[in-house]
Design a protein around this ligand. Sequence first.
Ligand SMILES: [Zn+2]
Length: 655
Amino acid sequence: MKQYGRCVGLMVMVWAAWYALLIGSGGAVSVETINVSFLRLTENFANWHLLGDILYFLFSQVLLILFLSIIIFWISVGLEESLKIKHWVSILAASVPVLMVIHLLNSLLYPVSITAISVEILSAQSILIISCVFSLLFILLAALRRKLILLQIALVGLALGSVYFLQPQTGVAHFEKKGVPTDQPNIIILGIDALRPAALSESVDGETLMPFLTSLLNEATLYDNAYTPVARTHAAWVSILSGRYPLNNGARFNLMKDSYIDKENLITHALKKDGYQTIWGLDERRFNNIDSTYGFDKVVGPEVGAADFIITKFSDLPAINIFANTRVGKFLFPYIYINRGNFVTYVPYQFNAELINALSGESPVFLAAHFCLPHYPFVNNMMRRIELEDPDAPKTYPNYLSMLELVDRQLDDLVKRLKKRGYLEDAIVYILSDHGEGFPGIDKPMANGNPYASFESNLFGHGTSLLTQTQYKILLARLEFKEGRIVGEAKKNSRLASLIDIVPDIVSSSDLNLNFQTDGVALMELPKQRHVILESSYSNEAVSASRINQLAVLQQSADAYEVDDQGRLFLQENLYSAFSQAKQRAVISSDDVMVALYPEEKESAFVVDLESHVWWPSNAFVPIDKKVWKDNLSFLCDFYKDDMTFAHRELCDIN
Ligand SMILES: [Zn+2]
């Protein structure tokens, strides 16, 4: 027992060294650009849920320490019995192969881990085999010498158990649960985060960047003039599921409190009533906490809660990493398992496997799944490095392309799995992005048509500026599958479309009854003339210093977020109104004319010709048909007339 205690002591020291290394290197990069400081979260440590999640994370690490110490203990007993060496020498010698295996596995599986070393696969594999054989040999010796029958049984159990428990969860489950054909089609919406359609034409080393998606689009109906009403993941998805604009569904920002969002009037409830099984999948839930309360029978994804921010910052330890994608890891580290936010260990195929396992074959399925790989910071352990020769491209751009290349493989894998399980025997599939992404140096700046006006129109990322169109233009495609094959003619539809059109499209292709009005129109019936509304999210860069000061006074602390009783992160309620006032609002008409109102521009609206990429201030000469842009402005003013946070009513009366 004393010797086992020493082994535990040694492992605790190793753990401390790993943490020193992790903290010394500055920890993992945060996935969101919004600054949720660690300090702010520690203020919420009195929150029992958050505290419970952190304690569970610590408890899981204690279990790992005890487990690894047992292995070191057995090897040391074997060494001692056969070589007659001192206790401490045997413990140190026994720890060498164990730590070697942990570090090598971590380096091979997760090369972006802070403790990973660059290893050559073949030599690493031979060292791994030698270390394992060495360890097993001495454990066996220990068992035989001390006649520890229990140990022997445990050993066999461990060997068998490890095959089952430690294998990565990337394969399709062994038994086939074929989707039973029903008289209703399966409805599948697959979202790819931050995919700007322009990136689809990028090629790397002479090859298409996203070959699988490109091949699908070649057989689909592609809506190539489609916009997101709001360029933030959560808000965009509520628009998709409700068919309504953020103003009408209540989700105007990421992480708004539940009571502000209309969760009753969503397509999910109507589909459930119609016999559908509804499944939601999302691999990054920090800023999008859609869950079963949105009408989903099952939710696939990592645990959701503020603890995500802390745990993923302190989880890049080799011993945690090698367990992260195992069945044991799913139980011990629910905030790390299938969490794209934890880019060190996230394996896209494993998320797919979990999605497929959530489907069962009794009823038609409604599957809505969102892949977050292409979200900032554009890093993952499976990424292929892409080099670009373009001198204007920012450093992040090749990494973004690399994420798109990886998400293409993920999509390919998911579609294959769906096909194999029979879910594409009769299905309607929508493929979309929730928003685009703006990149300096890549996006052509919007030109100023009036030499006397000046405005900083180029902001990047997503949701920051309506004048950076690449943030708002999205991918939108519709496919029909019969007997596993795509049917119907490939088409391109360039009529103006929006994410709010998906719900009406589902309704018009089925006999569903919606008990609410949507703002969209069915994709199949897009009119020649229409208007679509866009609004920005809150962005520090897009508002004046005085507005930032005013907001800083409202904020109770350094950050805009707080943790609720359930341990979830929310935007401070007292900021909604001021954030909403700081939104940019715009309307686009089928003539490719956009009229935008910016919170800091009180004198004039922006009139934009989207085709030539030029803007003019509305209070001077605008060479666009006045009736067209005035109609747009009236539409915008009318749309927001009941919105108390709409500040620029005086601009609505321009003559
Ligand atoms: Zn997104």
